[in-house]
Design a protein around this ligand. Structure first.
Ligand SMILES: [Zn+2]
Ligand SMILES: [Zn+2]
Length: 259
């Protein structure tokens, strides 16, 4: 079974048919879903969704878009929320200089606080980065100088160089439906450069539906299209790509296997 390592099941897009969305994912061969937190003020809502479904897990964090208005520097609160048995990661967090909905210094402060929480809990860090390659790499590296943590770059859309740096830092790289977009040759180049034991797939649903669903509301079942494209790119069978990405997921998200 495949894993959708990043979706947003708490978003209003899914409110009326969450059971159907989770069922459709299962029918499409997606065994495990991770619903990702974007606001600390709504962490309980995200965790409640994970409590409802045995194969859905949650993370807690503050998206860089929310860094100006959410208490994203509260490492202690992140650590406390992470004690919940269904919370398996810290994030999403990171830097988004494309939209810059929050000031850069606020984004960086929250990012550092999340790294501290990942270190304290031993849970993987889910990093969102857009148009911020140099600062992202610098903050990740600085965090490692203060002590070990693991994590991933999600919905990868940056340069191949950033993917390679992340791999050197021990991180994983997760690819979304962007990989299937006609214009995304640079993303495919990055996807070819990541070692097989560091690759993950995700939807980032409800956003970024992969081809041939592009333009529709995305949902976890559609991660199969991204996995198929990634397998082609890498010259792997669908089964081999599925086995690799699922094994990688469980190596990184250890709490999923043991909870
Ligand atoms: Zn994101
Ligand atoms: Zn997201």
């Amino acid at each position: 079974m495949l894993v959708d390592s990043h979706c947003h099941l708490d978003f209003p897009d899914f409110a009326d048919e969450l059971d159907a969305v989770v069922d459709r994912a299962k029918a499409a061969g997606i065994g495990t879903l991770v619903t990702i937190g974007t606001k600390l003020s709504e962490a309980e809502k995200v965790i409640a969704i994970a409590e409802r479904f045995p194969n859905v897990w949650a993370t807690v964090g503050v998206h860089p878009h929310e860094a100006a208005v959410e208490p994203g520097e509260d490492t202690a609160r992140l650590v406390e929320l992470a004690r919940h048995p269904k919370v398996v990661g810290i994030g999403e967090t990171g830097l988004d200089y494309y939209y810059e909905h929050s000031p850069k210094d606020r984004q960086a402060a929250c990012f550092r606080a999340h790294i501290a929480a990942a270190r304290a809990t031993g849970l993987p860090l889910i990093v969102h980065t857009r148009d911020a390659d140099a600062d992202t790499a610098a903050i990740l590296r600085e965090g490692l100088e203060q002590g070990a943590y693991t994590g991933l770059l999600h919905c990868f859309s940056s340069s191949k160089e950033l993917a390679e740096q992340a791999v050197k830092l021990g991180l994983y790289v997760s690819f979304s439906g962007i990989l299937t977009f006609k214009s995304a040759e640079a993303v495919r180049e990055a996807a070819r450069a990541v070692p097989e034991d560091r690759l993950l797939v995700e939807t980032d649903a409800p956003y970024l539906a992969p081809v041939p669903m592009r333009g529709k509301r995305n949902e976890p079942a559609f991660v199969a299209h991204t996995a198929k494209r990634l397998a082609e790119l890498r010259g792997l069978s669908a089964a081999a790509l599925e086995a690799a990405t699922t094994a990688n997921f469980h190596r990184l998200f250890r709490k999923v296997a043991t909870a």
